[in-house]
Write a protein that binds this ligand. Structure first.
Ligand SMILES: Cc1ncc(COP(=O)(O)O)c(C=O)c1O
Length: 394
């Protein structure tokens, strides 16, 4: 058989986290334990000195978490992955490792609200200055880079505007300046986008979204390319403490196995819905990477294997019309988060991006009327019917 890393994405999703259980369990058991018994004092000391392989304490290593991490590392094509307690724990840990001693970050201006707020509110107290630019215009990244720039942080497609950044071009610019390129790959998942193959140095995800896919876990992950990076990230994650717990890791691992199937259905549903919205007379504009009207349609075709399941749009009636729609849908739940099997609709300006400074929201074109839809795996006619009855009430 081919090595797992050379298999198709569906096989990687099912078998990537292969775990060899002494009792032959096909699925890695949930090691819901904080600590592991040593055979004797010398054994414990050898484990702590790293002279023998084994488990000590779940904040450091846990077999259930490791199996899930291995599956994600295989899917992303990275060296190893580190499971975190949330996507924000993954962002924070990444910045803590890469920004030691302070310095500058060049960051996508359209970025998840809490990431922007973390950088703006807490960044300066860690000696971190952030320049937010439209990273889809790579010349803006180049212009923003200074001697003290350590990290270029991009989210692509961006939350919630779905602006797309050329990952390979961003990597070239970052590397030329000796900076590290971090890609938040949450919106595409490793099924659709492979940032390492395009030159990224670190890939992060909110696993709360597509990777778990069932809206029942909060989690994050950092994927690294080299053993050296892994050692630095693992030791910082252990000290900062934001690790995922075994049960949530088990659930994410279970969710991962159907990731390619879910994504396939979600993309097909989203394409139909985006086309429907674009034709609807009440709709002002639609942003979806699968539509030819998307400004980076060609780039998306080049750098990813599909358009994803996220749609942003604005109605002709602006915010009041958007509110009326969000208040009248039934199947699409009015809730934040995304990437799960159920369709979710929300209003970024007052919800996911409410903490982001208004000036930055305006700079990033996160308009007050923008509505964000995360398309699930329901029957597409039912989702269309739900949106149609909502739009007919406007
Ligand atoms: C693109 C992106 N990155 C990071 C996060 C943060 O993830 P979490 O909510 O799991 O902390 C989110 C959450 O919505 C997100 O959309």
């Amino acid at each position: 058989m081919r090595p797992i890393r050379e298999c198709g994405i569906e096989t990687k999703a099912v078998h990537g986290g292969e775990y060899h259980d002494p009792l032959g369990a096909v699925i890695p058991p949930i090691y819901q334990t904080s600590t592991f018994r040593f055979r004797d004092v010398d054994h414990g000391a050898r484990l702590f000195r790293g002279e023998e392989d084994g488990y000590i304490y779940t904040r450091m290593r846990n077999p259930t978490i490791e199996a899930m991490e291995n599956a994600i590392a295989v899917l992303e094509g990275g060296w190893k992955a580190l499971g975190c307690a949330s996507g924000m724990a993954a962002v924070h840990t990444t910045l803590a490792v890469l920004m030691q001693g302070g310095g500058r970050i060049v960051c996508s201006e359209s970025v998840y609200g809490a990431t922007a707020t973390l950088l703006m509110a807490l960044g300066p107290s860690y000696g971190i200055e952030t320049t937010f630019v439209d990273t889809s215009r790579t010349e803006e990244i180049e212009r923003a880079i200074r001697q003290d720039t350590k990290v270029v942080f991009i989210e692509t497609p961006a939350n919630p505007t779905l602006v797309i950044t050329d990952i390979a071009a961003a990597a070239d610019i970052a590397h030329h300046a000796n900076a590290t390129l971090v890609v938040d790959n949450t919106f595409m998942s490793p099924v659709l986008q492979h940032p390492f193959a395009l030159g990224a140095d670190v890939v992060i995800h909110s696993m709360t979204k597509f990777l778990n896919g069932h809206a029942d876990v909060v989690g994050g992950v950092i994927v690294v390319k080299t053993e050296e990076q892994y050692k630095a990230f693992r030791s910082s994650l252990n000290l900062l403490g934001g690790v995922i717990d075994p049960f949530n890791a088990f659930l994410v691992h279970r969710g991962l196995k159907t990731l390619p199937l879910r994504i396939e259905r979600q993309c097909a549903n989203a394409m139909r819905i985006a086309e429907y919205l674009e034709r609807h007379p009440a709709v002002q504009w639609v942003r979806y990477p699968g539509l030819r009207s998307h400004p980076q349609y060609e780039l998306n075709r080049r750098q990813s294997d599909g358009p994803g399941a996220m749609i942003s749009f604005e109605l002709k009636g602006g915010l009041p019309a958007g509110k009326a729609l969000m208040n009248s849908v039934h199947l699409c739940a009015l809730a934040v988060s995304l990437g799960g099997v159920e369709s979710l609709i929300q209003h970024p300006a007052s919800m996911t991006h409410a903490t982001m400074a208004r000036e930055l929201r305006e700079q990033a074109a996160i308009t007050d009327g923008l509505v964000r839809l995360s398309v699930g795996i329901e029957n597409v006619e039912d989702i269309l019917g739900d949106l149609d009855q909502g739009l007919s009430k406007l």
